[in-house]
Design a protein around this ligand. Structure first.
Ligand code: B12
Ligand code: SF4
Length: 600
């Protein structure tokens, strides 16, 4: 009797279906970049899923309407649009498909997913950095956003915290607006719903690592940056209670490694109370949680920052080093990056055994192929960095650079799929496009020579870093572009391809050509990975065998006053020498340490 009533109740209840897709993008051959396992869960997907799950728990569509949510990360799961259409159709199109965290390079793929859905009458909403960046910087709707609107796709700009009751209710009433624009009204994050993804989604990632943002916003003004125009320059952050809740929830499921995605955790105004809370979890509650954080190049000057980072379980940091030529840094308004502080900063992290990933941008106005090659050699010799990764200087939609170039009428590559920091998109004064592209490819092999990999490992071993783990990461970063033809940050474990998952502008390859070449590609790639892994393993084994021998080199020597006369970092060109003179003057005038450029 009770059972019959339950099933009648269930039948009476309506189900509002939401399918969230974090799209990937197309490789240079036009195939979707998808892996058997991606490195870690997508924070954008987790954020939006968490918020919608909260709507479902609160039954915002009334007591008789359940909200079902499915989350798909296209970097590890094939998106079957036909199945979504059939499923939505069976439910009277009562629901919507949300394309989540869509970056500019993922926007063309998003429209390709949206097109058949819209043709079948399924409501579609696109959110993320491309829509937000474009609406933040331009008053009018550009042609790419217009294409979506013409298809009947809804655009969401800004952040979704506190905004989804309205969107879901509108979708359920069949009255979604064309645009929801909250870009000028950024929500506070204290006590906001925390990011969450169901277990089946997390299982498709490589390890016990997940991501969350403890805060958003950065006070600096780099002209190539989109973050400050989309998430603002003010620090907004989650409360320490929220951070603890996120950590405990994951830890209970066996996940104990975290990438805190704040673009600059050093400028999260609550960094210290967040670290203190994590220190308590680690030291009193025995939770061995570990972190990768992103910081700026002046973070070592914040009292206690590095010491507390170490105690809080930070094992790796990412720094936007960007360039060692002060003229270039100035041109990009990256005034906080001072070459005179680089060695101080890196040595301070190394002193506590934390390893460093640094980003290096190729194609600043003063770069030439020769100067960049020389700069990388200087870095290898004089700076004890571990992982160095390269990017093209890219006018990302949402950045000041993009707006300025667009207004000046400088030709910008019209294919948004290429706005992934891995393509040359604008003319460069000192290089042809082909030279710039060759420089990008060469940069990886100039840095990751067998000799330098050995040096990195020897330095790391001296600093007490786990070199077996570092060797694996070096393998990933050194070989990703050469073997998989994608940047390591877009990489994954075992590349998957489907014949029909190709850009509509390109033809579907015949079966007889597609499958044999896929098989050959698979075998060749794995042979190359095995060979590269063996090479790095041999270097690792040699270094590990010498673990009791002392090691030091120029990069590891403590910073001294006279190094400004001797190191090439400070003498390689006039602007480097000027930066040294300037730093000296500031020191004399202020009587010591002074960082006038850090905004409050
Ligand atoms: C962490 C991170 C990564 C990590 C991803 C880790 C992970 N799995 O989460 C790694 C290092 C792997 C990475 C790689 C790349 N990244 Co990244 N990354 C970020 C970073 C720092 C944080 C992303 C994040 O979680 N943000 C917080 C979320 C909550 O914000 P959000 O996505 O905007 O979502 C909110 C709103 O937009 C809205 N919303 C979003 N979607 C939807 C959908 C619906 C339906 C609705 C209603 C609302 C909504 O609600 C959300 C909550 O408020 C951002 C910068 C930033 N501050 O966001 C760059 C950023 C997104 N990355 C960027 C780029 C270019 C890349 C790469 C292409 C670089 C490269 N060549 O390797 C790759 C692409 C990899 C991939 N497949 O995505 C750019 C994109 C710029 C642009 N205009 O396109 C950014 C903005 C950084 C930059 N340089 O400007 N990245
Ligand atoms: S420091 Fe990083 S996040 Fe901050 S403005 Fe510069 S590029 Fe953007």
């Amino acid at each position: 009797m009770v059972c019959q009533r339950h099933s009648r109740d269930r039948a009476r209840r309506k189900r509002f279906r939401i399918v969230l897709i974090k799209p990937s993008h197309y490789d240079d051959d036009g195939y979707v970049i998808r892996w058997y396992r991606s490195p870690m869960p997508a924070n954008s997907l987790a954020s939006v899923y968490g918020l919608l799950d909260d709507c479902a728990q609160r039954k915002i569509l009334g007591p008789d309407t359940e909200i079902d949510i499915v989350a798909i990360d296209e970097t590890n799961t094939r998106v079957r649009v036909d199945r979504i259409v059939a499923d939505m159709h069976g439910n009277g199109n009562f629901g919507f498909v949300g394309l989540v965290g869509v970056q500019s390079n993922q926007y063309p793929r998003s429209l390709d997913i949206a097109k058949p859905l819209r043709a079948a009458g399924v409501p579609v909403i696109i959110g993320g950095f491309h829509v937000s960046g474009m609406l933040a910087m331009f008053d009018s709707i550009g042609p790419d956003l217009r294409r979506a609107l013409d298809m009947g796709v809804t655009l969401f700009a800004g952040e979704a915290e506190g905004r989804l009751d309205e969107v879901v209710s509108d979708a359920a009433a069949g009255s979604l607006k064309p645009i929801y624009n909250y870009i000028d009204d950024l929500p506070a994050l204290e006590d906001a719903v925390t990011p969450f993804l169901p277990g089946n989604s997390v299982k498709k990632t490589i390890g016990n690592v997940t991501t969350f943002d403890a805060g958003r916003g950065c006070p600096f003004q780099c002209s190539f940056c989109t973050i400050i125009n989309v998430q603002g320059r003010k620090s907004r952050r989650r409360s320490p209670d929220d951070v603890e809740r996120i950590l405990r929830k994951n830890f209970d499921q066996g996940i104990d490694r975290f990438f805190i995605t704040d673009d600059n955790f050093a400028r999260n105004k609550d960094w210290e109370i967040i670290f203190d809370r994590i220190i308590k979890l680690r030291e009193q509650d025995s939770m061995d949680v570990r972190f990768l954080i992103q910081v700026d190049t002046l973070c070592h000057k914040i009292p206690n920052f590095i010491a507390k980072a170490k105690r809080a379980g930070v094992t790796r940091i990412f720094i936007g080093l960007e360039n060692i030529n002060p003229d270039n840094l100035l041109a990009a308004k990256k005034r906080q990056n001072k070459i005179t502080e680089y060695r101080n900063m890196i040595l301070a992290w190394k002193a506590v055994g934390i390893w460093t990933y640094a980003g290096y941008i190729l194609g600043f106005p003063n770069d030439t192929p020769e100067s960049v090659r020389r700069d990388i050699e200087i870095i290898k010799k004089e700076m004890p960095l571990d992982v160095l990764e390269f990017f093209f200087l890219t006018p990302l939609p949402g950045s000041e650079d993009h707006k300025v170039l667009w207004k000046k009428g400088v030709p910008l590559d019209p294919d948004l799929n290429k706005y992934d920091l891995e393509h040359a998109l604008t003319p460069h004064a000192n290089m042809t496009k082909a030279e710039w592209e060759r420089l990008y490819r060469d940069a990886w092999s100039i840095y990751y020579t067998p000799e330098h990999v050995e040096t990195i490992l020897r330095r790391a071993q001296t600093y007490g870093i786990n070199i077996s783990r570092l060797a694996q990461i070096i393998l990933w970063f050194a070989q990703s572009l050469a073997i998989e033809r994608v940047h390591p940050l877009q990489g994954g474990f075992v590349r998957l391809k489907a014949r029909h998952e190709r850009r509509p502008e390109l033809p579907i390859e015949p079966v007889w050509r597609f499958y044999p070449s896929l098989a050959v590609e698979f075998l060749v790639k794995h042979a190359r990975v095995a060979r590269a892994a063996w090479g790095i393993f041999r270097i690792y084994r040699g270094v590990a065998a010498d673990k009791d021998l002392p090691y030091s080199d120029l990069a590891m020597t403590p910073v001294s006053e006279d190094e400004t006369q001797t190191l090439e970092l400070f003498t390689h060109n006039q602007s480097a020498r000027d930066a040294v003179d300037h730093a000296r003057k500031v020191k004399t005038l202020t009587g010591g340490d002074h960082s006038p450029l850090i905004p409050a």
